[in-house]
Design a protein around this ligand. Sequence first.
Ligand code: FRU
Length: 497
Amino acid sequence: MQWTRQLRYKPYQAWPTEYLEKIEKQATASTYYPQFHIAPNSGLLNDPNGFSYFNGKWHVFYQAFPFGPVHGLKSWVHLISADLVNWKKLGPALLPDSKYDAQGVYSGSAHQIGDQLFLMYTGNVRDQNWQRHPYQNGAWLDQNNKVTKLSLPLISQPEQTTDHFRDPQLIEKDGKYYVLIGAQDKKSLAGRINVFTSDNLTAWKNLGYLNFSADDLGYMIECPNLVTVDQQPVLIFCPQGLEHEILPYQNIYPNTYLIGSQVDLDSASFTSQSNLALLDYGFDIYASQAFNAPDGQAYLISWLGLPEIEYPTDAENWAHCLSLVKRLTIKNHRLYQQPVANLKKLRQQEHQLTGQASGQVEKTLAAKTTNQYELKLEIPADQQGTLWLFRDSEKAEGLKIKFATGKVAKILIDRSQTGQPFAKDYGQTRQVALNANQPLHLDIFVDHSVCEVFVNQGEAVFSLRVFPSASANKISLAGKQQINYNGSWWNLAKSCF
Ligand code: FRU
């Protein structure tokens, strides 16, 4: 299919049902389709939106273009969960069907107000000359999950920004509402976060740009999120066009965070003593959304994909998925991310792994997996070796996780030898330095074409996609010298329906 603008923006009702059914079957039949990650029935999924807790359930929505693996006319698809692990898809919640979102219901957030959930999102509108007019819109979700859009926008494009003005995060603090919006300054064409406030959700006052960094952060900031983690404010955002001197990164656009010491939204200030850092060291992470739940904890979910990159499942008319939900904490001035504890509920029979891998000979830890498992492994200090996932030794295929836990300590992930390499222009390895002479704890989730590697209780995370051959399903370990390893692996149950 030639994805012309006309096709990408064709009204939803103009697509034949048979076409949608046909491509939904393609996704379901795909060997790459995840079973415990949220993925689209068909077409493209991107940002998580409206991540929240409401009416006794966790809610998340995602950006969807159901008709193909491309960015087109976007809508929100709604899912609910009782435990942040088992998700039920309720279907489309916000469709591009009003004057103020006619060319797409773009990203946004959710916040409970009274006994309803308030959704705030960007309406993408294009005029006859394809000039963009962004609006920040509102909608109510009631206790029966029924959505009612407000008839008028809440905020229009301010004088000082370009038409890059989107992704509102609604926050309530001391009886007042605030919204953080990703923006591009008209004069400097620099990326900014614009802050607004309101007492009543109707009349919004522009408080100006958030003062949070002395650095030039590129030309646009997408998906800003402010959360409290262990009593500290944390700002999570996606700066596009960020100079590599400010922060080394390899993905087309990074997802970054700053830990603050103080935040005062009325004066649009966020003070930070820490440096800008990468949220995730993997290849495929973007548009993360975090929020503070009623239990006070901060939870995070991300898009496991990136804009402007082609993925192998494009050929199957579906693309991308969301990450697992992670709980955030701060330790040693760093953000830690751990998979939510309820994921243990998906574990099936335990396979214990204790033994030795010796001198270059590759030791099989699991001869044949379903590529739908959790692997926990502990490697002692002062070792060097390679853990292979999605491994087929005969084909010399596999995802290579190289580790060193001695004086030089690091972990490096190489996906160049997996079935269908992609996004090669952005490098095929990612790595992070670790503390010297410490044992290494890995908690790894594999879901057919998804791999999330949690290092040392969430000190670092690598989130990535891989597209292995069907036969590439072994787990093995090879050490430089003898390695005593210890751990377990479990098949995991399907949890997204
Ligand atoms: C980030 C993003 C957002 C926008 C949405 C559109 O991936 O570009 O800025 O709201 O995707 O789908």
